[in-house]
Design a protein around this ligand. Structure first.
Ligand code: XMP
Length: 487
């Protein structure tokens, strides 16, 4: 099923022009009673489009259509038991009369608007579900979208399939066909360039555009010398040899190492790497004077984060791919993934024939291994880190843990030394820190509870195989208060 996110300020006319089959009103932190709380254009309720309000969305329905949202003295947060109090047309048929739901609210609906019925309640939410089947407007106080509401997804499904009558027939195949057609029409006989980062987003965007316009697309891959083991080779192998895409591979490691000599401050490193990257990208795309289009792997969440979902802003993803391109680059953007989420992009990449190593590649910071070395970034320190990092990846893959982990990598404390003993020799080497986190979006993260035997193998292999490293530590800090990266 295809969905779009629009701000609450959207007008009923705008909603109507998008011809939605259903509308979901999300939750939110405000109380309907305070100034500045999101309001919906009341005409939206009269469009005849089925509506499901969630949490704040349910309270807004109650409030705007004439019910009462009470300001209770205490909220209801976390697990709650919800009991069905009437026949519901959105709660799943197979849900028991009382079941768990996840709650997170302070105010609570106390009276439903005229024509609505309350069909479920909890201890602190007298109206946990409200329904007006004739108008096809429904609201749930609980959060159906989280896994702690075991019947939540079925509630969403019943609303979408039965109440709104939507068939789940949207497929990735249709994305490919639609995008290929649209890109061909836009580009015509023109030329497009794409900065590849080696990550999944820019790779899939490039593949899709290549499918549409073939040799009219040229990709530029700036190899900073700061990639993980084997990744640069794989980008070249995949795009140039396997896919036959025109690829300019700029081996720029020397220039990056020259500029990074003596630099230890993380922000200085980021700045230097970012600026040089843009300069080199420009130098190498400068020859393509006839290029009129720039392909970007912008995803839907990037647009939401940049506040561009209302369609007014066309935002260049500044922290990724061809990060921070100068404003005077007069290229028109092609962003074929701008309606998609990460998991959809992965599926699309798979359908377009990209290898699993790229489709399932973990997020990787633009400054690369440069911000995983505490201290100076040199060819030597990068080589050491790369070797340790490869061991972490190999062992997690061997243990079948790769896909359950958001990011996993090694960090080299190049400016720290500790004493050890190997054989009968005293050693004085550098520590490597292993970091593995679980996360959904990198905004928060938890350290992964890796099995001890996997950690043991990683530690033994790193100390035995990587010269100059004599100690391995595992980072058990969540985010917050830590960050995922060490610099
Ligand atoms: P932190 O370390 O802030 O990272 O918890 C959150 C996510 O962002 C990635 N990251 C970066 N990505 N340029 C990037 O393109 C950067 O400078 C950068 N710093 C951190 C990090 O890998 C994680 O996925």
């Amino acid at each position: 099923m295809f969905s779009e996110i629009v701000p609450a300020s959207v007008s009923a006319a705008d909603v109507a022009s998008r011809e939605p089959l259903a509308i979901v009103l999300s939750g939110g932190p405000k109380s309907v009673h305070v100034d500045g709380a999101p309001r919906l254009d009341p005409d939206v309720y009269d469009l005849g489009v089925p509506i499901l309000g969630i949490c704040y969305g349910a309270q807004l329905i109650a409030h705007q259509l004439g019910g009462v949202v009470g300001r209770s003295s205490r909220g209801e947060y976390g697990r709650a038991l919800m009991t069905h109090t009437g026949e519901s047309l959105v709660l799943p048929i197979d849900a028991p009369a009382t079941h768990e739901v996840w709650m997170s609210h302070f105010d609570a609906i106390t009276d439903v608007p005229d024509g609505f019925v309350a069909t479920a309640s909890t201890a602190d939410a007298p109206v946990a579900v409200l329904e007006h089947d004739e108008r096809r407007i429904y609201g749930v106080q609980f959060h159906p979208e989280v896994m702690h509401s075991p019947f939540g997804m079925k509630t969403m499904a019943r609303f979408l399939h039965e109440r709104a009558g939507i068939e789940p027939d949207w497929t990735m195949g249709s994305v490919i066909d639609e995008q290929v057609g649209a890109i061909r029409e836009l580009v015509g006989n023109g030329r497009a360039i794409c900065g590849l980062s080696g990550g999944v987003d820019s790779s899939v965007a490039a593949m899709l555009v290549h499918r549409a316009i073939g040799h009219q697309l040229t990709c530029v891959y700036v190899d900073t010398g700061l990639m993980r083991k084997g990744e640069s080779e794989q980008v070249v192998e995949t795009f140039r040899r396997t896919m036959g895409i025109e690829l300019i591979h700029v081996d720029a490691g020397d220039r990056f190492f020259d500029r990074l000599a003596g630099v230890v401050d993380p922000e200085d490193k980021r700045k230097i790497i970012g600026e040089l990257f843009v300069r080199i990208f420009e130098e190498n795309s400068g020859g393509l004077t006839d290029a009129a289009f720039l392909v970007q792997g912008t995803l839907y969440p990037d647009l939401i984060e940049s506040g561009g979902v209302d369609g007014t802003a066309s935002v260049i993803k500044s922290h990724h791919n061809v990060g921070g391109l100068p404003a005077d680059m007069t290229l028109q953007l092609i962003e074929p993934l701008r309606d998609l989420f990460k998991d959809e992009v992965r599926k699309l990449g798979h359908e377009l024939g990209l290898p699993d190593e790229i489709v399932w590649r973990q997020p990787f910071p633009g400054p690369g291994l440069g911000v995983r070395i505490l201290g100076e970034v040199t060819r030597q320190s990068v080589a050491t880190l790369r070797q340790a990092d490869a061991i972490v990846r190999e062992e997690l893959a061997a243990a079948g843990l790769e896909r359950s982990i958001w990011q996993s990598f090694a960090v080299l404390a190049a400016d720290v030394r500790s004493v050890g003993v190997m054989g009968d020799e005293r050693t004085y080497g550098h520590p490597v820190i292993v970091r593995a986190v679980t996360s959904d979006d990198a905004m928060t993260a938890d350290w992964a509870r890796l099995p001890y035997d996997v950690l043991e193998t990683i530690s033994q292999r790193i100390v035995n195989e990587v010269a100059g490293v004599n100690r391995v530590a595992y980072d058990v800090t969540s985010k917050p208060p830590g960050t995922i990266e060490w610099e």
